[in-house]
Structure formats: structure tokens, C-alpha cells
Design a protein around this ligand. Sequence first.
Ligand code: ADP
Ligand code: MG
Length: 350
Amino acid sequence: MMQTLERAGDLKGRRVLVRADFDVPVTDGRITETFRIERQKENLHYLLDRGARVTLAAHISAVPSFEPLVPQLAELLGVELNWLTSDGLVTLLENTRQNPGEKENDEAFARTLADGHDLYVNNAFAVCHRAHASVVAVAALLPAYAGLLVEQETTRLREAIDAPAAGKVIVMGGAKASTKVPVIRELIGKADHVLVGGVVANDVLVARGEDVGVSVVDTDVIELLRGMDVRDPRLDVPTDFVDTDSKHLDIGPATAQRYADAIVAAKMVVWNGPMGVFEDARYAAGTAAVASAVANAPLSIVGGGDTIAAIRGAGIALDRYAFVSTGGGAMLAFLAGEHLPGLVALNYYT
Ligand code: ADP
Ligand code: MG
């Protein structure tokens, strides 16, 4: 059974290694999307309020070193950060991905992280689908606990899987179809409708033998789709598009309306992936219509880095959704029923 923080006993004076998730976009030395970092605050302050001393280990893919970002990270977290030194209450370690041992799940690197700590807290749901040293190997070296965010993510996503099929709508779009089609395969029998857009929709259409012109297609997933019933009546594909040069770049207005109607009538909606190339205003309307319909659904679970960017772009506040996952790939792997290595290391499945 996964050990949650409330089972960690008295935290006063204990030295806690936290695997945090700071993997955000950085432009010109500034963090431009702060959602994931804000979601670390609750767990960090929980530990500090109980008298723990905290070391933060995390990665940011977009930059080699954390050093130039330390002041902004400190401000976003609302704490004083001690860069590489354990003088104060919160120590920040260097970007874990600077060490080649991180991705190799290297025990020696994990040992350098664990050194000097009494317990380990994994609060990085978004990397739980990776067998990395700061996520997996380290969990065997110290008493390991799930942080508040990992507890919330697993609880809410589990609820979404287990909710009755009647009234449940899954919306899948975006480009990384190889991570989304397994979710469709897993959840189609547990939902009323699966609405698809983006490259995912192009793939389903190709698997159905339809012509998508020169639209972007993720050929890797066609095989996977052919092994499924792509004509399942619950699987709903776009019937009109916004095209440029024979390329589908957004779902069309009729499809956007039909999808929005299905979404607002649902009891629960799970949404990942934009309906089109929302970065270009000409192709943003389909995604904006879906974002707004999902915000009006009684219970909504959304996730995906680009999905969150599209929601922001549509001017919709994230708190309009019941739960916004910090996990992109991790959320999808969890929903697809995979066993995530980081959660295995926390005994989530046993
Ligand atoms: P998320 O990060 O929310 O999981 P993805 O990374 O899978 O989403 O996909 C987002 C990307 O998909 C966006 O950059 C968007 O431009 C692209 N996209 C969406 N629809 C299409 C399309 N029809 N053709 C090409 N790219 C698309
Ligand atoms: Mg993305």
C-alpha cells in the first residue's frame, strides 16, 4: 500500500528529500508557465509547517542548470531557497538531469541524493512514468512516501477510471497519438463517448480507410488502431475541419458544436490534447469551444502541457476545472492502465 505523508509520523527536525516537479517552459531565462511549480507549494509547506527540513530534487528539461532560475523558483514557492547548501530550511539541488545517472536509474547517483536524509517523498507525479534515479532507485534507499500531489493525482485519476460509464465522456486530441491511443483503447468500454481531434483524429480516420489529404498522421499508431474496433459507435470523429492546403488544422464549427453538446451533457469529462493547431489563432476555435464546454461540465479532469497552454490562451481560469493534472505522459500512462515505475516504487499497486 502506498504510504501517504500523514503516515510519516512526527516530522519535526527530520530531513526530507522531496522529488519535486519543476518541469516547466523557460523563455529567455524566465519560467513562463507556473502551474506545476504552484502545485508543489502545498506539499512543501505541509512539511515545513511540521518542522521538517527539506531538500528539493527536480528537473527542468528546458535548461541545463537551475542556477539562473533560483530567485524565481524561490518566489513562486514562497520560501527562501538555499542553492546547493543545507544552511537553511529548504535546499535546492541542481537539475537532476545534469547527472547521467538520473535517466539510468543509477543507484550510486540515488545514494548521493539520499545521503543525509531520513525520508524520501515523491511529489513529482509527472515523472512517475519514468524509471529515473530520483524517482525509483532512491525510493529503495529511504523510507518512501507519496507527497500530497501524488496522492491527489492518483486519487482523482483513479476516480475518473472507475466512474460509471454512463455520463462519462473522454476527449483526446493533440499530436502525441502514441500516448493517447492506448488511453482510448483502455477507456472506450468505460465511457459513453470518446471524442477525438487533432492528429489523433487524423489517425482514426486513416485507420478507417478515409482520406485525410496531407494532414499530419502519426503512422506509429495506425497499427495499434487497426487492432481496435475503430468503428465503435462510441468513438466520435470530426465530420468537418478547418483546412489549409488539404491539411486538417482544426475541427470545424459543426464538429465543435456537436462535441460541446456531448461534453456539457456529461456527468464527467476527461480531456487531454488540443483539437487543432491552437498556437495559430486561425486554428484555435475548435480547442477553445471544447475548453469552454469542459469548463461547464459538472466534473472535469484535464491534463497535458499544450492543453493547459490552450486553456490559458482561451482565457479560461484553471480553477474552472475540477482537477487539472500536472502529468502529461504520466496522466496518459496512468489512464491507459500502465503500471508507472514511480508508483510501483511507492507500493501503489500492492
Ligand atoms: P498535450 O501536451 O496537451 O498532451 P500534445 O503534445 O499531444 O498535447 O499535442 C499538442 C500539439 O498538437 C500542439 O502543438 C498542436 O499544434 C498540435 N496539433 C493539434 N492538432 C493538430 C493537427 N491537426 N495537425 C498538426 N498538429 C496538431
Ligand atoms: Mg505536449
